[in-house]
Design a binder for this molecule. Structure first.
Ligand code: AP5
Ligand code: MG
Ligand code: ZN
Length: 216
């Protein structure tokens, strides 16, 4: 099964993709995570992406399309993948269609996580993750069971993203509404769009997604 999680910054795509990866043995493919790794490693892709990401704008289509196309070819994707943060423009969606056709792969569903703009800045500003294993947390909404210790791996080191501040969130939201939201009617027209209430609690959202997946 291959799916897309579509939603604005802070909608919960990464949080839910990690859970689906664990429960359904599908691989999370986050272009944001891949680009951040490239920036940290100082690769050619990272050098191209850094300024776009810091300003809250989108990285050029050809860069992300290239990354995803290579990644989907890896053997661990053959049992299914969850696209988290891709596609984000019409050009990316069309490139994905072409890629899937060439690789004889099917897109089973596009899950839209509907969240009102007003709550997104608080979600993004309070986010942090484990520096060792990447597990995601939130200052208020998702704290580790033991204060300062990662639930998943026991590490006591955490990190925050360079673009997780209230100013950059505004640009990221603008990019979402202008360039990514038009993909909703595109996928609706293909009959694969499923919408869920992303305003609900994290566990409730997981239940809704599991319900969608079990009906596929
Ligand atoms: P990316 O990393 O994809 O960021 P994003 O789309 O802005 O989404 P986020 O990761 O911020 O949010 P999320 O939906 O994953 O939320 P999360 O689960 O963490 O992209 C970053 C940048 O990379 C882009 O700006 C762009 O420059 C570039 N880029 C990436 N892909 C690209 C592409 N395809 N094309 C061009 N450029 C690209 O949740 C957020 C917080 O809220 C967490 O702390 C979580 O604990 C909490 N939370 C989650 N769900 C709930 C809930 N239901 N209730 C309460 N709290 C919740
Ligand atoms: Mg994310
Ligand atoms: Zn950890």
């Amino acid at each position: 099964m291959n799916i897309i999680l579509l939603g604005p910054p802070g909608a919960g795509k990464g949080t839910q993709a990690q859970r689906i990866q664990d429960s359904h043995h599908m691989i999370q493919l986050s272009t944001g995570d891949m680009l951040r790794a490239a920036v940290e490693a100082g690769t050619e892709v990272g050098l191209k992406a850094k300024a776009f990401m810091e300003s809250g704008g989108l990285v050029p289509d050809e860069v992300v399309i290239g990354i995803i196309s290579e990644r989907i070819d890896q053997p661990d994707c053959k049992d299914g993948f969850i696209l988290d943060g891709f596609p984000r423009t019409s050009a990316q969606a069309e490139a994905l269609d072409k890629m899937l056709e060439e690789k004889s792969l099917k897109l089973n569903a596009v899950i839209e996580m509907k969240v009102e703009d007003e709550v997104l800045a608080d979600r993004v500003a309070g986010r942090y993750s484990c520096a060792k294993c990447g597990a995601g947390y939130h200052d208020t909404f998702l704290q580790p069971k033991v204060d300062g210790v990662c639930d998943s791996c026991g590490s006591t080191e955490f990190k925050r993203r360079a673009d997780d501040n209230r100013e950059t969130v505004i640009s990221r939201l603008e990019a979402y509404h202008a360039q990514t939201a038009p993909l909703l009617p595109y996928y609706e027209g293909k009959g694969v769009l499923r919408s869920i209430d992303g305003m609900a609690s994290i566990d409730e959202v997981t239940k809704q997604i599991n319900h969608v997946l079990s009906a596929l």
